[in-house]
Write a new protein. Structure first.
Ligand SMILES: [Zn+2]
Length: 361
């Protein structure tokens, strides 16, 4: 155990909230990209089993997270790293714990009532196997070690498929052909998109409205600092940096390359790009306001502080220029929606029942 009992309780509460947030975000991304729709003549972009599996994976993707990352587990020779031979020890553990919870056949007494945790109990063998494939694949895909590979795969998928996918939004096709169907390629494409939806949701703070983005940013940085303290205790030092700089770097170098490509593939997601752009500008403004009074920069001359401000202004300007493609995505999406309406395709919308939306992303 890395933390004191009371800190662990707090961490578990935050992880629970994160799980609900990631589940909700996966659902919202799927809905905004219209991947849940079904045609009257066949299966949809994602099957109902896959939708359910994605939401369960999202809820369980960080279960029993110890609030330290894989790097520290491996460096400190933790039992989890040994159990999984240093390969995604956390994500492997989340899958194990999730399946232990989901698959138990023993009733638990809770609140005087018996609770069955095996929600897959009525699945056929093949449904169980298919759900497991999606859940394991998508949870293992949340290891940040795969992030840059996922960016490359997403860019390739964009080059190969985005034009054809747009036919679906404009009503020229009733299905997203590369995703719909029972073929091996379509299944692998769906698996990739599901993995992407979960991974994007897991790092979604930067593309939420700023009040939500800001709250999560503070929680995530507090976790980094807590882990930094543990690393020092274990003899590993870490330079803790400024909250605003962390957010600017996280958006610019990690989140934006992936999310921009995802929006190119699914243009109706342009609104998350608008949030991300807005958040980048706001973090930049905060850093610019802070530089003249930042105690860590007390030895810096006023001229050098002005240079620092200039660098941030330049980054924000370049970021805004890169995000200009969102305007095209927005107008294309709106035009496509009008075209689709005029064509009146035989499409019915399948809503997941009783899933309330509290905010928009
Ligand atoms: Zn997570």
């Amino acid at each position: 155990m890395f933390y004191h009992k009371n800190i662990l309780i707090l961490i578990h509460i935050i992880i629970f909230k994160h799980a609900v947030d990631v589940c909700h975000t996966s659902y919202r991304l799927m809905m905004l990209a219209q991947l849940n729709t079904v045609t009257t003549g066949g299966s949809g972009a994602m099957t109902s089993l896959e939708i359910l599996s994605l939401l369960i994976a999202a809820l369980g993707h960080d279960v029993e997270h110890p609030a330290v990352n894989n790097g520290l587990l491996i460096k400190s020779k933790h039992a989890l790293a040994f159990q999984h031979n240093d390969k995604s020890p956390l994500e492997n553990m989340h899958c194990v714990v999730l399946y232990e919870t989901l698959s138990t056949t023993v009733d638990h007494t809770w609140n005087g009532k018996k609770v069955e945790t095996n929600i897959f109990i009525n699945f056929t063998e093949s449904q169980w196997r298919d759900a497991r494939k999606v859940i394991l694949f998508s949870i293992l895909g949340t290891d940040m070690a795969h992030h840059f590979d996922q960016v490359k795969k997403t860019q390739l998928f964009n080059e190969l498929q985005s034009e054809k996918i747009f036919h679906y939004y404009s009503g020229d096709s009733h299905t997203i052909e590369c995703l719909t169907g029972t073929g091996k390629t379509e299944f692998e494409n769906r698996l990739f998109i599901i993995e992407l939806l979960l991974h994007c949701s897991d790092i979604s703070n930067p593309f939420k409205p700023f009040d939500i983005c800001e709250k999560w940013a503070h929680l995530v940085v507090a976790e980094f600092f807590a882990q930094g303290d543990k690393e020092r205790e274990l003899g590993f030092d870490r330079n803790t940096t400024n909250l605003y700089n962390i957010q600017l770097g996280f958006i610019e170098f990690i989140v934006a390359p992936l999310i921009s490509t995802v929006i190119h593939i699914f243009p109706p997601l342009y609104s998350i790009g608008e949030n991300m752009n807005n958040n980048f500008i706001l973090w930049g403004d905060k850093r610019i306001e802070e530089i003249p009074i930042d105690s860590k920069l007390s030895t810096m001359t006023p001229e050098n502080k002005q240079l620092e401000i200039g660098k941030i202004q330049d980054r924000v300007k370049k970021f805004k220029e890169k995000m200009q493609f969102l305007e095209t995505c927005k107008s294309k999406t709106n035009e496509a929606a009008i075209n689709k309406k005029n064509k009146k395709p035989k499409i019915s919308s399948m809503e997941i029942s009783n899933f309330t939306l509290n905010y928009t992303i």
